[in-house]
Ligand binder design. Structure first.
Ligand code: NAI
Ligand code: MG
Length: 349
């Protein structure tokens, strides 16, 4: 086989396991058609490992991943382990150690998927800053158990961090009509957000074809629900981008269809691909998770690896399946995860 890629798959917890399982099968099928190989290194790094070993991944986990061509993640999180342990023990260290500073989250209306009433068109890319901002370990809790107990949580915004996110987003906006919406809250958050606004505006000046419009996050949330067609490309901080991407997915029909790519654009380190959704404990083990977000994320991974045709073929296969009326219960269908995947596989063959 001429081309071959080593991919670390981390199914994780809950529905992460279900969707990863079917996505790997579909990737293998499409790889067979386009003449390349995928060598999966499946990692059991999840909450079970944490219960047994007190860690979400081995001490040298990052080092193990560094030799691969990419990382494919389901989701982590389980009700009996605190969410900060699962996320900060696996997902966030991977994003940071591999400098995956862009989290790219596209969304558009998919065939056969019923969006929120009144929405006829939607095609939005959220560019989320992925390694700094509001998600930081700086802070603490003080005066435990007393009346005066308090918590402090610091945000970290750097000129370099904001500028590189803005630059990536401006590039994306260039190919998407030239208007870039920057999510802000500089009326309430008076140090970091005015700095964000300033650096975004300065950076976007490097792109003569791009106009930046800063929109306060609260108003932006309403606009995304009521008039999503007016927005094509968004640049947002870590927290705002996280929230907005779930919101946009919900407007487009289901959080289960949303993909994400954690990118190290310089390709010095592997990038990581995952659906936007979490481990969904409420439907875990029922076999009804929507695998579309995971399949779309897999297509983004193939594209990133240089297998654009295979990516397109996988995308048409899940789109065609949806267009046929096959859908999981979150999209008001009756298909199981396995039935949906079988339909995708039969389209591929
Ligand atoms: P969630 O995304 O897991 O679920 C939210 C709602 O959407 C649930 O009702 C769920 O059933 C539904 N849903 C999500 N994905 C779906 C799919 N593919 N098909 C059908 N329905 C779907 O978010 P939640 O409940 O806030 O978090 C659950 C756990 O996941 C937590 O432990 C959280 O920390 C973790 N989490 C992990 C992420 C990751 O590993 N990247 C991302 C987000 C949350
Ligand atoms: Mg999220």
């Amino acid at each position: 086989m001429s081309r071959s890629y080593v991919i670390d798959a981390i199914p994780g917890d809950g529905i992460g396991v279900d969707v990863t399982d079917v996505a790997m099968q579909c990737v293998d099928a499409v790889a067979g058609i386009y003449g390349f190989g995928v060598q999966w290194r499946v990692r059991d790094w999840n909450s079970d490992l944490y219960r047994k070993a007190g860690r979400m991944m081995p001490v040298d986990g990052i080092e193990q991943l560094s030799s691969g061509d990419g990382i494919y993640l389901g989701a982590v999180g389980t009700p009996d382990v605190p969410d900060d342990v699962t996320l900060w023990g696996l997902l966030i260290p991977i994003r940071r150690e591999f400098d995956q500073y862009i989290n790219l989250r596209p969304m558009r209306l998919l065939p056969g998927v019923v969006a929120m009433p009144g929405i006829e068109d939607l095609d939005i890319v959220v560019v989320r800053e992925n390694v700094e901002g509001e998600y930081s370990q700086i802070g603490g809790r003080f005066g435990a158990g007393t009346d005066g107990e308090f918590a402090v949580q610091e945000s970290v915004f750097t000129r370099r961090g904001i500028a590189r996110a803005a630059r990536y987003a401006a590039n994306a906006a260039t190919e998407r009509g030239g208007r870039l919406v920057s999510a802000t809250k500089s009326n309430g958050i008076i140090h970091t957000m005015p700095f964000w606004d300033e650096v975004v505006a300065e950076t976007v000046k490097e792109f003569p074809g791009v106009v930046v419009e800063k929109v306060l996050i609260d108003a932006l949330a309403a606009r995304l629900v009521m008039k999503p067609t007016s927005i094509r490309t968004i640049v947002a901080s870590n927290l705002f981008g996280d929230i907005l991407s779930d919101l946009v997915a919900g407007v487009a029909g289901s959080i289960g269809i949303a993909p994400s790519a954690n990118l190290n654009p310089e390709r010095r380190h592997p990038s990581m691909f995952e659906p936007v959704h979490g481990s969904a404990p409420d439907i875990a083990g029922k076999g009804i998770a929507n695998p579309v977000g995971a399949l779309w994320a897999a297509a983004m991974m193939l594209d990133h690896l240089g297998e654009a045709e295979a990516a397109r073929s996988l995308t048409s296969a899940f789109e065609g399946t949806l267009a046929d009326g096959t859908a999981t219960p979150d999209l008001k269908g009756t298909a199981t995860t396995a039935e949906f995947a079988a339909a995708v596989l039969s389209r591929l063959s």
